[in-house]
Write a protein that binds this ligand. Structure first.
Ligand code: IPM
Ligand code: MG
Length: 357
């Protein structure tokens, strides 16, 4: 296979971890006889500094003509003013919208070796394996907004809206995924209060009963879900929810395995390139020190191989190599809990060694 892959290192530890993903992708290409054309482009704070825009047109154009996009992280203290007119996060929201990546897949998987790093007890969390589908291009994040003085009082607003097709397409994707897993889907909303949630629930229930009667389906209110995620995380298989609720619940869920540095995510649309990234942020406190955990980004590369390039064997090879290095006891500082640590490059060296073994 020949494929163009756009790398968007971004800010903070982004460049360090993307460098490691590049090494692993080259190794995969060599071992399985593919040609990957890896092209770097600007996004986020570094793009603001160099071009004035968090998402320069060249970046968008390159992504459109690629097979897949691999992103590091965006943002940092330098660009942190939430009132600034131009912010790194706009680059991320912009590329999601440009590529119409309406579904964000966030797998929350516990690694047996790391469970003791979880803030929850082993007997609650061990074996947790949840796949979140977060709607990514609609809802309140993209609704009408504004601010001004109303009746002499300073005010601001942001609208939440969903349409039937927006709900249908993500529910279908999530239901398909459930069929290939433990056949259980939970849809999360706030239908007791919010009008778009009532639409969401109605559409989800119809799609599930008409098209996926064999999938066990439940609905939960988002506040209750926030509790259940902590008290009985193992009971969830696939979860589908809106943009805002998905943003919050996946951050909550990311704490379950005890290792944010291990979690990848994939954003996909119905056609065109997908975008793959670690769940963690740009970690400015450790940027440039060479100690960041590269594994989430390597697992994001595996998701890219699977979902955008349809290279399942290659994806599994990367995932297996990551599991193997953990089993062999290698730990970066974030997951060390007192054990001896390796740095970013050493961790990747170990993954590469497993890949060639
Ligand atoms: C995420 C992040 C982004 C989001 C921010 C950086 C805009 O929190 O990917 O979850 O809210 O989508
Ligand atoms: Mg978030």
């Amino acid at each position: 296979m020949e494929a163009k892959i756009v790398l968007l290192p971004g800010d903070g530890i982004g460049p360090e971890i993307i460098n490691q993903a590049e090494r692993v992708l080259e190794q995969i290409a060599a071992r399985f006889g593919h040609r990957f054309h890896l092209e770097r482009h600007l996004i986020g704070g570094i793009a603001i500094d160099q071009t004035g825009s968090p998402l320069p047109p060249e970046t968008v154009a390159a992504c459109h003509t690629s097979s897949a996009v691999l992103l590091g992280a965006v943002g940092g203290p330098k660009w942190d003013d939430p009132n600034a007119a131009v912010r790194p996060e706009q680059g991320l929201l912009g590329i999601r919208k440009e590529l119409q990546l309406f579904a964000n897949l966030r797998p929350i998987v516990t690694f047996a070796e790391l469970v003791d790093a979880s803030p929850l007890k082993r007997d609650v969390v061990e074996g947790t394996d949840i796949l979140f589908f977060r709607e990514l291009t609609g809802g309140i994040y993209f609704g009408d907004s504004g601010s001004g003085v109303v009746d002499g009082v300073e005010s601001a607003f942001q609208t939440m809206a969903y349409s039937v097709p927006e709900v249908e397409r993500i529910v279908r994707l999530a239901a398909e995924a459930a069929k290939g897993r433990r056949n259980h889907l939970v849809s999360v909303d706030k239908a007791n209060v919010l009008e778009p949630s009532r639409l969401w629930r109605r559409v989800a229930q119809r799609v599930m009963s008409e098209e996926f009667p064999e999938v066990r389906f439940e609905v939960l209110l988002v506040d209750a879900m926030a509790m259940h995620l902590i008290s009985r995380p193992r009971d969830f298989d696939v979860v589908v929810t809106s943009n805002l609720f998905g943003d919050i619940l996946t951050d909550e869920a990311s704490m379950l395995p005890g290792s944010l540095g291990m979690l990848p995510s994939a954003s996909v649309g119905s056609a065109g390139p997908g975008l793959f990234e670690p769940i963690h942020g740009s970690a400015p406190d450790i940027a440039g020190k060479g100690i960041a955990n590269p594994l989430a980004t390597l697992l994001a590369s595996a998701m890219m191989l699977r979902y955008s390039l349809h290279l399942e064997t290659e994806a599994v090879a990367v995932e297996t190599a990551v599991r193997d290095v953990l089993a062999a006891g290698l730990r970066t500082a974030d997951i060390a809990r007192g054990a001896t640590t390796v740095n970013t490059v050493q961790m990747t060296d170990a993954v590469l060694a497993k890949l060639t073994a």
